[in-house]
Design a protein around this ligand. Structure first.
Ligand SMILES: C[S@@+](CC[C@H](N)C(=O)[O-])C[C@H]1O[C@@H](n2cnc3c(N)ncnc32)[C@H](O)[C@@H]1O
Length: 249
């Protein structure tokens, strides 16, 4: 079955349309505390994971770079700095509240041009075929309703030879960490989200969606099916986070 995740909101069975609305509500609700929560819940590790991602991406001056589900702009801002401000970077996200936080962060850092902020759906990207050199999606694919459709869209907008990168949490953590990790996800994350972001349910969804996300091998297979080649992945921090990458052939 394609897109099995489209019928789950975390551990709750839902219709695909319902899922999109519920995910939208999660990010509208947490947008203004999203960055703070990322630091608290990962102990700052998300910054190192995003640094690793951007070291992999190696953004270069003159490239067209698309960061999908780019939210508050962490990956785009890193790419901007790495490409010495000379790449054309587009952040595409379905949620205007997350984009507004990202734009404000860029302005606070004195970045007024070089990054374009576009409201759009990863499953139906508002960009031309073969128009991008690089596509990234960080902690976004898990929230998309139809993952296979989003992967096909990534392949469509990439130029032949363009690179795809996905940074995502994974349920496939090393057995040594697994019990601790699952306890953290189910017992600590939701109350922390309730306390800091005033939305326990949002962080319960986050934890459940991690445990429901396809493990490394399965995501790699689905990337290949969508038209991406030379697929490989790198586990970070014992597989808590994973970078998948591939080429548009
Ligand atoms: C966990 S945040 C990740 C934000 C950012 N990439 C980061 O790493 O901090 C997930 C983002 O995915 C976005 N999102 C969810 N479904 C989407 C879709 N179908 N298309 C585009 N963005 C989507 C949400 O609005 C949210 O901003």
């Amino acid at each position: 079955m394609l897109n099995p995740e489209s019928e789950w909101f975390g551990f709750r069975p839902v219709s695909p349309d319902e899922k999109a609305g519920l995910v939208g509500r999660v990010f509208s609700s947490v947008a203004d505390r999203y960055d703070l929560m990322n630091d608290l819940m990962s102990g700052g590790l998300h910054r190192l994971w995003k640094d690793s991602l951007v070291r992999r991406i190696k953004p270069q001056a003159g490239q067209q770079i698309l960061d999908v589900a780019g939210g508050t702009g962490d990956v785009a801002l890193r790419c901007y700095k790495k490409a010495k401000c000379n790449a054309a970077i587009t952040v595409c996200d379905i949620n205007p509240a997350m984009l507004a936080q990202g734009k404000a962060k860029a302005v606070n850092q004195g970045i007024l041009r070089g990054i374009t902020w576009v409201e759009g759906n990863a499953e139906d990207l508002p960009f031309a075929d073969r128009s991008m050199d690089l596509y990234s999606i960080a902690f976004g694919l898990r929230n998309v309703t139809r993952i296979d459709q989003a992967l096909r869209e990534a392949a469509r907008v990439l130029k032949p030879g363009g690179r795809f990168y996905c940074l995502e949490f994974s349920p496939g953590v090393t057995p040594f960490l697994k019990p601790l990790y699952e306890t953290y996800c189910t017992k600590i994350l939701p109350p922390l989200g309730g306390f800091v972001a005033q939305d326990r349910e949002a962080y319960q969804y986050l934890a459940e969606s991690i445990l429901k996300f396809p493990p490394q091998e399965e995501l790699a297979r689905r990337m290949e099916k969508a038209g991406l080649g030379c697929v490989r992945w790198t586990n970070l921090t014992g597989g808590i986070a994973v970078i998948h990458e591939g080429w548009r052939l």
